[in-house]
Design a protein around this ligand. Structure first.
Ligand code: ADP
Length: 268
């Protein structure tokens, strides 16, 4: 059930002597309430995400200044952990800034001609070391060139996030037998469809509708351990919307996931 909120205002009006006339106005505040609640939740989530690594950093600093002051082994180990926590905060702040920048420009249409094939090949090369580390093979199946109107950096981000997720959550799962990730680009008459398919553990249907919400994760511990901020798919969704595209997610537990993006082609 959808909750609805109304504001009732009563204003007395001047009427004939001896009568009581008033105007009743009813204002639907549901949408404003929903937006406000989302904003409050977002600030709370972001603060919590930053607070956890900060608390850990502070704890290690205090230990290094106190009990472990002369312990060389502890020093090396703790500094390594502190560096990782600081990196995590940097990733989170970078993602928050990207999200807010994209949201501010949501109504602007990025128009430069961008070759999606160059982007796919570039990301496949950049992520090859990560794939290798996870015994994964990235397969790219694309025509020679597919031009869409857009912002190159933002589209790069979309492809990178989806391929990275396919390696991180799909192919690298211990129970995953088929570790191939297929990156496919199909060009149709007026649109093109770019998709990333993995054969990993998949996502249960109850999670699918919320997957692109900020900070939504199927397994928060696993996401943090893999360096995730919980903002990746929210950023993807916003960029795709800004490009007048559509994001599709198909996934079945034990059978893997396919994330696909449909974008209009460039018309010169
Ligand atoms: P994160 O920073 O946690 O990676 P994302 O927004 O990119 O955040 O993804 C949200 C969640 O969706 C992830 O935490 C993960 O649980 C799930 N997920 C994303 N891609 C896949 C995939 N290919 N296979 C299984 N789960 C996935």
């Amino acid at each position: 059930p959808v909750e609805r909120f109304f504001e009732l205002n009563v204003a007395p009006m001047e009427g004939p002597p001896g009568s009581a006339t008033m105007i009743l106005t009813l204002r639907d505040l549901s949408e404003a309430r929903r937006v406000e609640r989302m904003r409050v939740d977002f600030v709370a989530n972001a603060s919590h995400e930053l607070r956890t690594p900060l608390a850990s950093l502070l704890g290690f600093v205090e230990t290094l200044q106190g009990p472990a002051r002369h312990d060389e082994q502890a020093r090396v180990k703790f500094l390594g952990i502190m560096r990782e926590q600081a990196r995590r905060m940097t990733r989170l702040v970078d993602d928050l800034l990207s999200l807010s920048r994209i949201e501010q420009n949501l109504h602007l249409l990025p128009q430069s001609p961008v070759d999606l094939v160059t982007i796919l090949r570039h990301i496949a090369d950049t992520l090859a070391p990560m794939a290798l580390e996870n015994n994964t093979v990235l397969h790219v199946d694309a025509p020679a060139s597919v031009i869409v109107p857009g912002d190159r950096d933002e589209l790069l981000r979309v492809v990178e996030n989806l391929v990275e997720n396919a390696i991180k959550y799909g192919a690298s799962d211990p129970g995953c037998e088929d570790r191939d990730v297929e990156i496919t680009l199909l060009s149709q008459e007026r649109h093109c469809v770019f998709s990333v398919r993995d054969h990993g553990p998949g996502i249960a249907p109850e999670h699918l509708p919320r997957l692109t919400e900020r900070f939504y994760r199927v397994d928060a511990g696993q996401s943090r351990a893999k360096g995730g901020t919980g903002l990746g798919l929210a950023i993807v969704k916003h960029i795709v919307a800004r490009h007048r595209g559509r994001l599709g997610i198909e996934s079945l537990p034990e059978q893997g996931s396919t994330f696909s993006v449909t974008l209009p082609l460039y018309v010169s």
